[in-house]
Ligand binder design. Structure first.
Ligand code: AKG
Length: 273
């Protein structure tokens, strides 16, 4: 479970980090799984496909159900925990990918806000390679206006951007491979481009939701991670037992089509993710 100090950090700042979860070796295994999928199925993790890799890979599935992560998550949202989706945020060194300032609650559609986003570092994440930066305390304010920019290097779906963020007041979320951060639905955060010569990889459970959380913009599929689901708002799905099983791949695509409808609800155009 999170310590009192960690819980206070989360409540005061809207995020808590670093939390030790995996060994370096475990993180390296996950990186190898990504490289293996990319080599054998080059289209699988591209665009919309970066979402919900836990449906087609037991390695990622096990991360979502990892007891250390769930203990920390339980401290925040309680014991009835569902996995509501995952996303791989990969920044290659030769690309200009960045993530604009945003609040997850603005576009994800989970209500009430009894949910938390878990960002697991598969490689080290630091200021040079474009770790997240968090605007501490911004989760206590309202949902802010986001301008849809559709910048081609923005890793967010529609380039949704909060303007006038006091960057000098933001905190870098520096993590070693295997460490986790948890952030609040309302905290403003973003990340700059990768200026190093290595990949920066984050596997993001986006998000862990309490069983009492509905999806108000569309449909999602969930897995029971802990406790019970007495609300039954969502369709439950099974866990993968082998990598890239055909039926699991079809299911992942179907789930991602539904996710796309949520991400682009009322958007003027559809971006590449
Ligand atoms: O990986 C990043 O740099 C940003 C990820 C993000 O915005 C999120 O996990 O909510």
């Amino acid at each position: 479970m999170l310590s009192d100090k960690e819980l206070k950090d989360y409540k005061d700042n809207g995020f808590v980090a670093p939390i030790d979860v995996l060994s370096l070796e475990d993180a390296e295994e996950i990186k190898k799984e990504i490289e293996h999928i990319e080599k054998k199925w080059p289209d699988e993790l591209v665009g919309l496909g970066r979402n919900n890799v836990h449906y087609i890979s037991p390695v990622f599935d096990q991360v979502c159900h990892h007891s250390k992560i769930l203990d920390a998550v339980e401290s925040i949202i309680g014991k009835d925990i569902l996995v509501g989706g995952t996303t791989l945020f990969i920044k290659d060194p030769d690309k200009k990918g960045f993530v604009s300032w945003h609040q997850d609650a603005k576009y994800i559609g989970f209500e009430p806000y009894n949910w938390v986003t878990a960002w697991l570092a598969i490689t080290d994440a630091d200021e040079e390679n474009g770790c997240m930066r968090m605007w501490a305390g911004s989760h206590k304010e309202k949902i802010k206006y986001h301008k849809d920019t559709y910048d081609k290097n923005n890793l967010l779906t529609r380039g949704q951007t909060v303007q006038n963020v006091p960057v000098e007041k933001t905190t870098p979320n520096i993590l070693k491979a295997g460490q986790l951060s948890l952030h609040h639905p309302m905290v403003v955060h973003g990340s700059g481009p990768n200026k190093s010569n290595k990949r920066r990889i984050g596997f993001v459970i986006q998000s862990y939701i309490g069983a009492n959380v509905n999806q108000v913009l569309g449909k999602i599929f969930v897995q029971q991670a802990r406790g019970k689901d007495k609300f039954k708002y969502h369709e439950h799905t099974k866990r993968p037992v082998e990598l890239m099983n055909k039926n699991d791949m079809i299911f992942k695509n179907k789930a991602n089509e539904e996710l796309s409808k949520i991400f682009y609800k009322d958007a003027k155009k559809v971006g590449k993710y």
